[in-house]
Design a protein around this ligand. Structure first.
Ligand code: 6PG
Length: 260
């Protein structure tokens, strides 16, 4: 019997960001072990912004570091800013500083397992190149979508996720895996997975922390469906588990109960 989307949506409310990161690291270890035991690769997409820093710090050191079979892990990004990879705004740079350098220094992973977006290129070329890389890495037949084992997401105070910002063109792109997206309110060129790719993941985990997210989180979780205004509402895995790993401050206005 297939489980309903409702049964596969998990809301975990932690005391603080540290608790959110611990739940996320536990999930990473649990799912990576399942993939490893199945003899497969563990394809995980990292998110940007600042929230993931706490998760990356946990994964970079014992006990979590020792619990992951790193040679089976393939690291991707859900989105990035169209800046050079060493730019302070780069999501890749944030991951490199907080996770990748530690893994590479220990020989836990090889450069070939790191699939960054080549954001030094013009935006459309970044998107086209990443789409080609995904088609190759996942050996996709035409019309098929990559299935990430775990996709980490954040959410902005405006309800955006990935680089799917309210009322931007990327929200309408459903025939590609990756798209460029100019975010006028930030004067920022971005590249992002499209939401059909996100929804094809086996597991999606939002990490949301801080009082500034409280209104948007309540609107996304409990409010009427309005994904053009709150793009995080586009995220609904078609055959996967959805985890909302949030802290008490972000959940302050959420009506629905935690599931554990
Ligand atoms: C980005 C992210 C974006 C992020 C949210 C939350 O490139 O900025 O992918 O979707 O996850 O903006 O960011 P914080 O974790 O910094 O609040």
């Amino acid at each position: 019997m297939t489980r309903s989307a409702h049964d596969r949506t998990h809301l975990v409310i932690a005391d603080d960001l540290s608790g959110v990161a611990s739940h996320a690291a536990d999930l990473f270890v649990r799912l990576s072990r399942s993939a490893d035991l199945a003899g497969g690769r563990f394809a995980v997409a990292l998110s940007g912004g600042s929230t993931p820093r706490a998760l990356h710090a946990l994964l970079s050191a014992p006990p979590y570091y020792d619990a992951v079979h790193w040679p089976a892990v393939e690291l991707y990004w859900g989105d990035d800013r169209c800046v050079p990879p060493d730019d302070p705004e780069s999501n890749y740079r944030m991951a490199r500083e907080t996770l990748l350098e530690a893994l590479l220094a220990r020989g836990a992973i090889r450069d070939e397992q790191i699939h960054r977006m080549h954001t030094e290129l013009p935006p459309d070329q970044v998107a086209e190149a990443y789409e080609r890389e995904l088609r190759h890495a996942f050996t996709l037949a035409e019309g098929h979508l990559p299935r990430f084992d775990l996709l980490f997401l954040g959410m902005g105070p405006d309800g955006h996720t990935l680089s799917l910002f309210p009322h931007t063109t990327a929200l309408t792109v459903t025939d590609r895996l990756v798209t460029a997206n100019y975010v006028s309110k930030l004067s920022s060129n971005r590249v992002t997975l499209t939401y059909p790719v996100a929804n094809n993941a086996a597991a999606v985990a939002f990490l949301v922390a801080g009082a500034d997210k409280a209104e948007a989180l309540a609107r996304v979780l409990d409010g009427p469906r309005n994904p053009e205004e709150f793009p995080a509402q586009f995220i609904a895995p078609t055959d996967g588990d959805l985890y909302w790993l949030v802290d008490r401050a972000a959940a302050a206005q959420v009506q629905r109960g935690a599931t554990g």
